[in-house]
Design a protein around this ligand. Structure first.
Ligand SMILES: *[C@@H]1O[C@H](CO)[C@@H](O)[C@H](O)[C@H]1NC(C)=O
Ligand SMILES: *[C@@H]1O[C@H](CO)[C@@H](O)[C@H](O)[C@H]1NC(C)=O
Length: 239
């Protein structure tokens, strides 16, 4: 077993980035040369950071995107990590200024500062990851002292509100340990509904989100990244 999980208290500067990478962008508009018309303005906006990257954008920072059928959104794009084109959905620094214990609606539409710590919004994460013909990969970057560990899931998807934003993950790769799709006494996070302090959808007798951040709790968690302190990512925690 790795010692990573047992030494969770050693996090000094902790940064977690969840990025999603659009793996397939195949979309053709059949238009003959003669009848060509400029695309409607909405097409000028990339559907995510991966599409922006494919259009040659290489700078980290804020971009306006428009997921298919969705609203215009301002996102932070990471154009450097692992090939670039990552849409950053969450960032949490150890001793974050944010109060992560927030309501369902606050989580739904996001909070924080895109240049600092934030949650992008469960509804927006759903909209992006459910675009037709799009497959996303999630990368969780965990910084412990000066070392960075990563957990990748291919695929990554958050279902709609009628399912309470159920998390759906594919297979794991990386060196951070698989804290989301592997068994532990806390259950498995994959396929769990999202819970917040005012919406208890977990498998525990108590409300896991009580006084804590919103998350895909089971009984209760082997990983928790939306939290003020004790950021947790381990199947070995408390063992
Ligand atoms: C974990 O894997 C990533 C990606 O290969 C690598 O950049 C990082 O240095 C690794 N972390 C450690 C502590 O070995
Ligand atoms: C979603 O959450 C609400 C409130 O916690 C709950 O009443 C409802 O049954 C949940 N939906 C599903 C599909 O379980």
């Amino acid at each position: 077993a790795r010692s990573f999980g047992d030494k969770i208290q050693l996090f000094h500067l902790y940064v977690f980035l969840l990025h999603i990478l659009l793996l397939t962008v195949y979309q053709y508009n059949s238009s003959s040369g003669k009848n060509w018309e400029p695309p409607p303005p909405t097409n000028f906006y990339p559907r995510d950071c991966s599409a922006a990257y494919q259009r040659g954008r290489r700078q980290n920072g804020l971009y306006v995107i428009r997921p298919k059928g969705g609203p215009f959104l301002v996102v932070y794009c990471d154009m450097e990590t692992d090939g670039g084109g990552w849409t950053v959905l969450q960032r949490n620094t150890h001793n974050s200024y944010l109060t992560w214990s927030a309501s369902w609606t606050t989580y739904q539409y996001g909070f924080g500062n895109l240049m600092d710590d934030y949650w992008f919004g469960s509804e927006y994460i759903h909209i992006i990851t459910n675009a037709k013909h799009a497959f996303y990969k999630a990368k969780f970057l965990l910084k412990n002292n000066n070392k960075i560990y990563e957990a990748n899931y291919y695929t990554f998807n958050v279902a709609d509100e009628s399912t309470n934003y159920t998390l759906r993950l594919g297979s794991y790769s990386g060196n951070a340990t698989d804290a989301l799709t592997s068994h532990s006494k806390f259950g498995i996070h994959d396929n769990m509904m999202f819970s917040t302090k005012d919406r208890d959808n977990d498998k525990s007798d108590k409300n896991c989100a009580d006084n804590r951040g919103g998350w895909w709790y089971n009984n209760c968690e082997s990983a928790l990244l939306n939290t003020d302190s004790n950021i947790k990512w381990s199947t070995y925690q408390d063992c």
